[in-house]
Design a protein around this ligand. Structure first.
Ligand code: HSE
Length: 447
């Protein structure tokens, strides 16, 4: 054997400290049971891929009575999360109960007890990420969360590892399948928001309580995570301007289509030097933009970075198997770390100093779609144009629809780029005109 090969063989002997990794799962719901099933049924498959024995040690849930499609030996089941956290044999704790409490306490206690942690809990990471990452750093343990954004799409690893050498300029994400499904159905069938939501809930496509989804908050949680990964800035929920899809009408989707645009709920992060802009709202995209063709429950993320240029990631953003796939990928990543280079905490991305300021929504510049509901009288269009002009807003196109029976006519405009504050001030004044009969609808455009 030559000297180099001898060296490698020796290094392997030293570095490989373990060949079995013990996993405890806390949260035995839909995702938890899929992860448990895969850990049990694919044990040999995982061993062949990694050379490591992934051993499911314990499963915890407060409800152990409900039927699941996997059989776990009784001795491995517990209602007491502390039994998992305090078991010295367990290397990795998988938190899949969701919500803030007691998920946060379980993660913090697990890190303090020297466990690595895997979670899919975007709500918790967006709201309490600071405390959790700090704890991971202090304990030199990793917290991995591939499943928290876009389910099975490996966007977290892509940003953190695949594109680590890049400086990012923008991220545009369709990050909520429920909202995307509703907007897609409204667009293809002209149905109302309420009727599509009701049907989606009755068929189980949408949660019974879909408020986090349709109000844009779920997308905002995911955007906070992506912003942190790409820009090194811990963005709080208060930093993100959030609008949901609940006020979108099918008529505006139709007008936008006539103008060549598709309405999508976008999560947007854009960097301007040391300033970062973060927002979630319904957005008009040109119909030939790649993201415009992402329909139904699918997620997609467009990224612009200096070395790789423009990239689009697309796939199932939720569901048992895609989410379980992401969780298993984190477990295997940790297993490599534990078995081949113990105690690394390279995955805890430190807060970086590049971004100094989060841009206020008032200062954001965008192009706008505005739908005015006006009485069809001479001079109405001139009044609107005058008020927009006084606020420095330039109109790029106008469509006035035929008079309808109730005499209120829709006037739909696209503007050139303007400042959000100017647009909002102009709209307030326009909506007070006697000739304007309903609150105007405003959406922003992206290219
Ligand atoms: N409720 C989310 C969605 C899936 O509709 O996309 C979980 O992140």
């Amino acid at each position: 054997m030559n000297t180099i090969l001898k060296g490698i063989a020796k290094a392997k002997e030293v570095v490989s400290v373990k060949s079995k990794v013990n996993v405890g799962v806390i949260g035995f719901g839909t995702i938890g049971s899929s992860v448990v099933k895969l850990l049990l049924e694919r044990r040999r498959f995982f061993r062949e891929r990694t050379g490591i024995e992934l051993n499911l040690s314990m499963v915890c849930d407060k409800d152990l009575k409900s039927r699941r499609d996997v059989n776990v030996p009784k001795v491995m089941l517990t209602k007491d999360a502390d039994r998992v956290i305090n078991d010295p044999e367990i290397d990795i704790v998988i938190e899949l109960i969701g919500g803030i409490h007691p998920a946060k306490e379980i993660i913090i206690k697990s890190l303090c007890a020297g466990k690595h942690v895997v979670t899919a809990n975007k709500y918790l990471l967006a709201a309490e990420g600071n405390d959790i990452f700090k704890q991971a750093e202090e304990n030199k343990r990793q917290i991995l969360f591939e499943a928290s954004v876009a389910g099975g799409v490996p966007i977290v690893k892509a940003i953190r590892e695949g594109m680590v050498a890049n400086s990012f300029s923008s991220i545009f994400g369709i990050l909520n399948g429920t909202s995307n499904y509703i907007l897609s159905r409204m667009s293809t069938e002209g149905s109302s928001f309420k009727s599509v939501l009701k049907e989606a809930q009755s068929k189980g496509y949408a949660e019974k309580d879909s408020s986090l989804d349709i109000k844009g908050l779920d997308s905002a949680h995911k955007l906070a995570i992506l912003s942190f990964l790409a820009f090194g800035k811990r963005v709080s929920m208060d930093d993100i301007h959030v609008e949901g899809i609940e006020k979108i009408s099918s008529i505006d989707i139709q007008y936008a289509a006539e103008l060549g645009y598709v309405v999508k709920l976008l999560a947007i992060a854009k960097r301007y030097g040391r300033e970062l802009e973060v927002r979630v709202h319904p957005t008009l995209l040109p119909s030939d933009n790649l993201l415009s063709s992402v329909s139904g429950i699918y997620n997609a993320i467009f990224i612009d970075a200096d070395l790789v240029g423009k990239q689009v990631f697309y796939g199932e953003g939720a569901g048992r198997l895609p989410t379980a796939s992401a969780i298993l990928s984190d477990i295997m990543g940790l297993a490599y770390t534990i078995c081949y280079c113990n105690e690394s905490n390279k995955y805890v991305a430190p807060d970086r100093a590049e971004i100094k300021k989060i841009r206020k929504m008032d200062d954001v510049r965008a192009r706008y779609y505005v739908h005015f509901s006006a009485i069809d009288k001479p001079g109405v269009l001139a009044q609107i144009a005058d008020l927009l002009g006084r606020h420095g807003i330039s109109i790029s196109s106008v469509v006035q629809k035929e008079r309808r029976a109730d005499q209120i006519i829709p006037i739909v405009m696209l503007t050139h780029e303007a400042r959000e504050k100017d647009m909002q001030d102009a709209l307030k004044k326009i909506d007070k005109l006697k000739t304007i009969k309903r609150k105007s609808v405003l959406m922003r455009l992206e290219r």
